[in-house]
Write a protein that binds this ligand. Sequence first.
Ligand code: ADP
Ligand code: MG
Length: 902
Amino acid sequence: MTSVTGPPEQMVAVREDLTPMMSQYLALCEQYEESLVLFQVGDFYEAFCDAAEAVARICEITLTKREDSTGTYAMSGIPIDNAASYVERLLDAGYRVAIADQVEDAEEASGLVDRAVTQIITPGTIVDDELLSAGTTNYVASVARDGDTFSLAAVDVSTGECLVTSAKLDRVVEELERVAPAELLFGPDVDASEFDLDTVAGDAMVTDFDADAFGHDAARETLSGYVPSPEAVVANDAELSACGGLLAYAEYTQGGDRLDYVSRVTRYDPRESLRLDSTALRSLELFETRGASSGHALVDVLDETSCALGRRELTGWLRRPLVDRERIEARHDAVAEFAEHALVREAVRELLTDVYDVERLIARVSRGRANARDLRSLKTTLDVVPEVKSELADVECAKLRDLHGTLDELADVRDLIDRAIATDPPIEITEGGVVREGFDDELDDLRATEREGREWVADLEASEKERTGIDSLDVGHNQVHGYYIEVTNPNLDKVPDDYQRRQTLKNSERFYTPELKQREDEIFGAAERADKLEYELFTEVRSTIAAESERVQALAAALAELDVLATLAAVAVDNDYVRPEFHEEGERGIDIDGGRHPVVERTQSNFVPNDTRLGGDDGSIAIITGPNMSGKSTYMRQVALVVVLAQMGSFVPADSAHLPLVDRVFTRVGASDDIAGGQSTFMREMAELTDILHGATEDSLVLLDEVGRGTSTADGQAIARATTEFVDDEVGAYTLFATHYHELTAVADERDGVFNLHFTATRTGDDVTFLHRVERGASSSSYGVEVARMAGVPERVVTRSQELVDADGADVSDSPSAGEYRSNGRREPTQTTLTNGAGAVETETGESTSSTDSTNSTTERDDALAAVASELDAVDIAQTTPLEALTRLNDLKRLLEEDDGR
Ligand code: ADP
Ligand code: MG
């Protein structure tokens, strides 16, 4: 409760004296104290007092006032006709909005019109299409617990999809991250502080709801409204509680009634999917790109879907890649078939572009909110089904045959809509024009009476002109007086006896005749009865269709799946993807030929494909070295993306891929690489490392990108080495470890499970060219010195640096052998070249300095100082965390110490 929501103090103070309407408003504010009440007064939703000020400010509308004997109240009104856009702003501003509608006809009410809250709009319970984005899910979720068992339930009130699952805390947190609810409820036994809400729920609104609704009996009762036997669906009391509490909340927001269109509560086991925690979702950029880079996410590459149903489904598949080989391969079979049969695929995709979001549409039908246009849209969708079926007549794989079989043409529904609903109906369903002629005899008779009457009136002017001889005679109609015959003053003497005076104007008189009056009554009587009858017929048709909502939902699911499969095939064909193969039981290894990064290859011309072999003779752990910008991070992510794509059912960007079924993908991106993500603390890095070391199995894929960077070099190196050893000894996961600690490459010599890969660059004169090509062995140079030279570091420093590097010697001992790792010959390798250009720093004296100069004329101490100076010069303080600063300082100190020979 804030001063904006809850009962306004100003009204509470004069409670006893308030006008009936204002006391109605006050009562609703008290009853819905967590919400901003919008109170219907005629064509507006009004808010008063502090709420009025907030609405005026947020919606940028005028603040007015209402005065009565009890005081002056601030007031602002939102026009009902386009309330959606204003409500959206109020939601964005963090409010829940309670819509208090007039629930009886103002004309029929005796005294004060009755009002009631018909809907509470919160971020997680939006049903209005205008407030939702197309092809997305919008969940409200709840978490409940029973001892150690945590349960998550989620419902999308716009489609009726309801999910429930349970597991230990960490697993439920992960599921919560995948569901990404817009709103979150905690059951009474859950301690919300155990959830890191920033990561888990992002900007989800956390809502307090009636704790009793989560209790066993209440929850059971609510749930039995949806499933015949709750115990047959939920696995434990935590699930019962989460589900029951959540559905009670959903009902509460939708006016209190059972939600008919929530026809299925689906329980799933989190173990059915490849585990991806929020760190992995983010660092692999499946849905969103990180930081400022305005690139694409993986979903953008895949989303060539034809309809909103498919888009929603595709997102679901990507969020939950599978682990069951049979289910994955069934998808691959279907994608393969569509990939091969371009004509069928493209025909289906084209047909699906006419498909509406019937999941949301049928939910509106069930709620009694669909209009005649919605029903016509459903018909348009159903029209497509027979054609899709016939395109699929000859499909072979089991999945497509299945889908072909499931596609229900719903001919009864389609015919009903076609017979009953006008082809181009108005949005309003109370003003006639929505029911088609020929559907109902009584309606047709009424419309005929109306039509004949109007024709008679239309002919009246001519016949009366003739009868009376008044050429200027005019037959007209207005809202207040109805039909009239108008005669100008000069002609009044010619008016016949049966004309009766209706209205006197300045220059004319208006008359009616008994016959005209009778016709008029007939016309309007018929029209009014017809409009009413149409509304009744329409709602009957809508209810008939609502009763078929499960069939429509099943059809929607089949169309969605078809869209995704055809889309994945189209993406595979357009981008040269290949069908991945899974190993037989007992075989191991990630084996990719010519793998590419699906997103980078789209933006980077001449992407260089690279091979991957993990878990074969070389070992399962690859230490990857190479200069900055050489392609290490891209390479590691591309391996993970190939795995994710394969397990969601897609083909993969490679020449060939032989893969294991991975149980979990872990990613750890070192602190300095993750500044944009705002998570650059060493503590966090270590917490994630802990998760990995505890959670990974030999079937997991682990990406470690520059781990250990957030601390001093000595610590970082030690941690990196110990981690590698631990993974090798205890975990055996498929691991890619990119590191700037060159020392780590020595581990490969000591252990069979560990091997080195490196990225190369070539030097031509003053230029360094990155080949983006992975090769076996450790890199011979990090090219840091070359890069320093390119950036304009004084020659003296560069030379000294090179000397130090050479003296160290470690770099040359493990130079690469010509590898079986090859870059794919189909494409020209990219060459990113650093050229010596702007930004070069000249030496202070402006003289050119050569290496001989430097050794002859300066002491080593000076060299070290210069190195320190240049290091300092390169530091971007704005981009440096305190920890990094300490690390740098430590490095700088070491530079001097080494020089002193200490
Ligand atoms: P690193 O992690 O080694 O610093 P990145 O993987 O971030 O390097 O790659 C740096 C840039 O190089 C990428 O943004 C991309 O534009 C380009 N790049 C990476 N890999 C390739 C490749 N295989 N082919 C072409 N360009 C690539
Ligand atoms: Mg990197």
